[in-house]
Design a protein around this ligand. Structure first.
Ligand SMILES: [Zn+2]
Ligand SMILES: [Zn+2]
Length: 332
């Protein structure tokens, strides 16, 4: 049961105020305590105590409050369950429908969750779980015989050994929206541990652990991918073919003068926000492959070109470009 932390305080206040109105001795003690604490003036409370209508209203409010508080404790609520679930990088990009099986305690069918071999409505409260407090009209209290559950019984259920719950394999399906981040938690209402005696069923919390990818990285909503191009493409440009995590091809036209570490963006091809339509960008980070079998002077020339391209952001002198082209032609 998840009680409001203020409930205890409210309960105490209400119970206190009720005693004050009904018991003269307690009233004197209350007065003394209130005065000591310099609490709000007592006259107000005394005025209420002397006005029958106001007193009736106050008593009724207190009774309602007490009933509401104690009724919450009637059933046994089931706990929430945590289920970690591995999601592939591609699934986090496209979204997915996942089906899973997991073990959870459910109400025993033999005894309907009571744990008794035979059970019936409690004889004392007639199954209501509550008893009327005769001295105070309208006020009820928890039945001491059944502990508020309203159920009595004999013997122990052999099926669940008196526990009322049995571990059972359950199946569930969840829709994972595209763009979910690592560690996202989904709450499946009522799929956790079963409640007993009318208590609510707990929830299943599915924690999504997104697997890493060798090809891609994620930065907020942006999807980052490295693209290796050969020297010829780096010099002259071309259409770069990029594969997005869902397997679809993205054609990215690039001008010549590509250099290692250069970032090209494709708007709107990153991760979608799971809650809005906004999408991040696909960011392509360029890497340039130079031929393996270069002579030392050729390798120096290529290195010089790559350095200059990086520094000038692709604006390389035509003479240097022409020299590198001659190297490439020789290799082709
Ligand atoms: Zn009872
Ligand atoms: Zn049972």
């Amino acid at each position: 049961m998840s009680a409001d932390p203020n409930d205890h305080r409210r309960f105490a206040e209400a119970a206190d105020a009720y005693r004050v109105l009904s018991d003269a001795k307690a009233r004197r003690a209350y007065d003394a305590r209130r005065l000591l604490r310099l609490a709000p003036p007592l006259d107000r409370l005394m005025n209420i105590a002397e006005d029958p209508a106001a007193r009736a209203r106050m008593v009724s409010r207190i009774v309602q409050g007490l009933n509401k508080l104690s009724q919450r404790a009637q059933g046994n609520d089931g706990h929430d369950l945590l289920l970690p679930w591995d999601l592939t990088f591609a699934q986090s990009y496209t979204g997915a429908e996942i089906k899973f099986s997991y073990s959870r305690p459910l109400r025993c069918g033999e005894c309907d969750g009571t744990g008794f071999r035979t059970h019936h409505a409690c004889d004392v409260c007639g199954g209501a779980g509550r008893l009327t407090v005769r001295a105070v009209p309208g006020l009820t209290k928890r039945c001491p015989r059944c502990g508020g559950h309203g159920v009595a019984g004999t013997g122990r259920c052999g099926n669940c050994r008196g526990r009322g719950l049995l571990r059972t394999t359950s199946h569930a399906t969840a829709r994972i929206p595209a763009g979910v981040a690592n560690g996202t938690r989904l709450r499946l209402k009522g799929h956790g541990v079963a409640g007993r005696f009318g208590g609510r069923d707990g929830d299943l919390i599915v924690r999504l652990d997104v697997e890493g990818s060798l090809q891609y990285t994620r930065d907020g909503r942006d999807l980052i991918v490295e693209k290796s191009v050969d020297l010829e493409t780096a010099l002259s440009g071309g259409v770069l073919e990029i594969e997005s995590p869902d397997g679809r091809a993205v054609d990215l036209p690039a001008a010549g003068g590509l250099y290692p570490g250069q970032r090209l963006g494709v708007a709107g091809r990153g991760f979608p926000s799971p809650t809005t339509d906004e999408r991040g960008d696909l960011i392509v980070v360029i890497d340039v492959r130079s031929p393996a079998d270069l002579a030392p002077d050729e390798r120096r020339l290529v290195a010089q070109w790559l350095d200059q391209a990086r520094i000038t952001r692709g604006q390389v002198s035509p003479a240097l470009v022409a020299s590198v082209r001659r190297v490439i032609r020789k290799k082709a």
